[in-house]
Design a protein around this ligand. Structure first.
Ligand SMILES: NC(=O)c1ccc[n+]([C@@H]2O[C@H](COP(=O)([O-])OP(=O)(O)OC[C@H]3O[C@@H](n4cnc5c(N)ncnc54)[C@H](O)[C@@H]3O)[C@@H](O)[C@H]2O)c1
Ligand SMILES: [Zn+2]
Length: 363
């Protein structure tokens, strides 16, 4: 088992990564939290697969735990689900000493974190992420929240967990497409922060896709280290943390234009990262083969690198402008000129985006 310390002063906590962590989760949670009453929040499928093991291990450690399942899927990441959870917690007489444990992908983790941050003005929170994306991204950094009809993640809180437990063996049941979508964020960590890691991902895509346990432990640990170091330097996204948005500018536009239906988030980010690499090329200063290398590693991971059929570069640029208008800010763009070196540019014009997207059509 590996332990990654997220050093946020009085909010510091440990991320535990290893095979078969679930059977000893109770002990780890008992060590991280004071309460002895927990509620495991999950969805029906994950609850069936792993709820019993987690509840049993908590029981062995002297923690009474109930399992509460919420409906699966992003469309249930709403205040309505949050409100129904408050009612359930009240029914179960969970008091301020209670522990909310999110067992599932990013949807479950975001909702559980928000409930933990707000129920009785805050109770202890533990993340047990089960999708690759949640293990390397959503469970780290303390962003919690839900969607509104007008957009994703518009309501939420920064709220750090007491501990994060990453069991690699649960990835065995994760659908292949979801696994690949998680790899997009992992490749993003390499390209923005660590050229050596990026190279490792290029050279080992075969064993990673086969879910080789050693390779998985290595990349999950490295990605958790990178994300937590960035978060530590900038917990509330005032500066450095923005580099985690690499590939997300065009990626979000593509998700919006495809109605959040045809592409998974990681797939849209894969496309958006290639756009960002082509933007860097248009701006000058980028390694000549950066966009090619990125497209190549993403393709080997089974991820898309071109705009979906029927989407024009113009439509994507317009959607990006809309995104900017909604949030009232500048359209800052995270760029990378060579692996490991990300920076934020505020001078990328719509014409440059248009050119990059047109070049991407021809890849
Ligand atoms: N808080 C953050 O910093 C942050 C960062 C990135 C993403 N997110 C959020 O995370 C969400 C996406 O997370 P996600 O990709 O995990 O999606 P998800 O939670 O919908 O999970 C994807 C699917 O995989 C299934 N699944 C998960 N683990 C499994 C396992 N071990 N075995 C079998 N099936 C399993 C789930 O039931 C679901 O059907 C979005 O809502 C996004 O906004 C949050
Ligand atoms: Zn993302």
């Amino acid at each position: 088992m590996s332990i990654i310390r997220v050093d946020l002063k009085e909010k510091a906590y440990n991320i535990h990564v290893g095979q078969d962590i679930l059977p000893s989760a109770g002990e780890l949670i008992a060590g991280a939290c004071r309460g002895r009453r927990a509620v495991i929040i999950t969805n029906p499928k994950i609850g069936r697969l792993y709820g019993g093991i987690l509840a049993g291990s908590l029981k062995d450690a002297g923690i009474v735990a109930d399992v509460v399942a919420i409906p699966a899927g992003e469309r249930h990441k709403t205040l309505r689900t949050v409100s129904s959870l408050y009612e359930r917690l009240l029914d179960m007489k969970v008091d301020r000493g209670g522990i909310a444990i999110g067992l599932g992908g990013g949807v479950v983790g975001d909702i559980t974190g928000f409930v933990a941050a707000t129920y009785l003005r805050g109770i202890d929170f533990v993340q047990v992420p089960t999708s690759l994306l949640a293990q390397v991204d959503a469970s780290i950094g303390g962003k919690t929240g839900v969607d509104l009809a007008r957009g994703k993640n518009l309501v939420g809180a920064f709220y750090q967990p007491k501990t994060v437990l990453i069991d690699l063996s649960v990835l065995g049941t994760l659908p292949r497409r979801e696994f690949r979508a998680g790899l997009a964020e992992i490749i993003k960590h390499g390209i923005i922060q660590d050229g050596e890691y990026f190279k490792f991902l290029e050279e080992n895509s075969g064993i990673i896709l086969k879910r080789n346990p050693e390779a998985l432990e290595h990349i999950i640990c490295r990605s958790c280290q990178i994300k937590s170091a960035v978060v530590r330097a900038d917990e509330r996204e005032a500066g450095l943390r923005r580099i985690l948005n690499y590939g997300h500018t065009a990626g979000h536009a593509v998700e919006l234009l495809t109605g959040y239906k045809t592409l998974l988030h990681g797939e849209a980010v894969a496309i958006g990262m290639v756009t960002a690499a082509l933007v860097a090329r248009e701006m000058g200063g980028a390694d000549a083969d950066l966009a090619r290398r990125l497209a190549c590693v993403l393709t080997s991971a089974g991820l898309p690198v071109k705009l979906p059929e029927g989407l024009s570069p113009r439509a994507v640029v317009d959607a990006m402008k809309l995104d900017k208008k909604v949030l009232g800010g500048r359209l800052n763009t995270v760029l990378v000129n060579s692996p490991g070196r990300a920076f934020v540019a505020d001078n990328v014009t719509p014409e440059i985006w248009q050119k990059a997207l047109s070049a991407q059509m021809k890849l």
